[in-house]
Design a protein around this ligand. Structure first.
Ligand SMILES: Cc1ncc(COP(=O)(O)O)c(C=O)c1O
Length: 315
């Protein structure tokens, strides 16, 4: 059931060039995207800074939104600059200091044949205040359930795209993880190596080296992932981009999930449910607590540089 607390401080949704009051922002029930998941979207965060709220890596997110649209063979009704401007306007209209921002391009109402010949593409942008995606446990560390279903493979789709329909797999497996009393799911790829979470990339730390897996491991090219690799290199932490085997994860000194929604969530316990014919096996990662490198990166990522964050003009 919807509660205003799930969308804190949300007042107006930008819809095709105009603002609509939050409770009145509805679409037709025969909209194409509702039936077939034909949408592409972004998750973006804005943070308060000394010069007012600032959107983190906005251009990169909008570029990915448009790449997702191309992957979905969807023609965006707005170009990059207009979408960037609309995001900033949405921040201002909602008077937000910090926010989770959700632009969505979708095939709307027109026809229900699988080819959306008569369903126009529409853009909407919502923004609200959203705290820790995985809840209060994020601070101390979360658990992940390695699900039996494998991550969709890079041979099936351009994995750089965020397509709405793909996220049914994230929902199913996120629910599966919670049925096993874990906080989040973790996917293996078709090769049996660690891929990513339903909405997060993964890092491990071993002997001071920060490692994440590469794009051919069937993962989304996370903007947080890229940013953390840059921050680590800037701060003198050795980095490695290489496949992560299950034994690498189990033997890691630290591990964490990262992504726009989750930000950085220490991963302290993993339950291996990847083989449904075997009893799921729990593993503690490192000391079972948030590690030093995770702590350091978390603190470093709290000081966004003005260059990566266009100011919204709300301050
Ligand atoms: C499947 C998946 N992997 C990783 C990420 C992290 O990406 P980003 O850091 O760009 O939010 C996300 C979130 O968008 C995601 O949905």
């Amino acid at each position: 059931m919807y509660k205003p607390a799930h969308f804190l401080k949300a007042k107006k949704i930008w819809t095709m060039g105009r603002f609509v009051d939050w409770p009145k922002a509805v679409v037709h029930s025969m909209s194409h995207a509702l039936h077939y998941g034909n949408s592409v979207f972004e998750g973006i965060r804005a943070y308060p800074t000394a010069e007012g709220p600032a959107v983190f890596r906005l251009t990169e997110h909008i570029d990915r939104l448009l790449l997702s649209a191309r992957t979905a063979k969807m023609k965006s009704p707005y170009d990059r600059e207009r979408i960037i401007e609309a995001v900033l306007k949405t921040m201002r209209a909602n008077k937000l200091q910090s926010a989770y921002i959700r632009p969505l391009l979708f095939y709307s109402y027109g026809n229900l044949g699988l080819v959306p010949k008569f369903s126009p593409v529409e853009l909407l942008i919502g923004a609200w205040e959203w705290g820790a995606y995985l809840g209060d446990k994020t601070e101390k560390g979360v658990s992940a359930y390695i699900v039996p279903w494998r991550r969709i493979h890079r041979s099936q789709l351009d994995m750089r795209a965020k397509l709405g329909g793909l996220y049914t797999l994230s929902t199913i497996n996120g629910l599966e993880a919670r049925e096993h009393d874990c906080d989040e799911a973790l996917f293996l790829n078709l090769e049996g190596r660690v891929a990513e979470g339903p909405g997060e990339n993964i890092f491990i730390v071993k002997k001071g080296v920060l490692q994440t897996n590469a794009l051919p491991e069937s993962i989304l090219e996370g903007i947080t992932r890229t940013s953390l690799l840059e921050i680590a290199a800037d701060r003198g932490i050795p980095t490695r981009v290489a496949p992560i085997r299950l034994k690498d994860l189990y033997r890691a000194d630290e591990a964490f999930f990262c992504g726009t929604a989750v930000e950085i969530a220490p991963l302290v316990r993993v339950v291996d449910g990847s083989n449904p014919r075997k009893t799921a096996k729990p593993h503690t990662i490192g000391s079972g607590e948030k590690g030093e490198v995770t702590r350091f990166l978390w603190a470093s990522s709290r000081t966004p540089s003005a260059a990566s964050c266009p100011n919204t003009g709300n301050g």
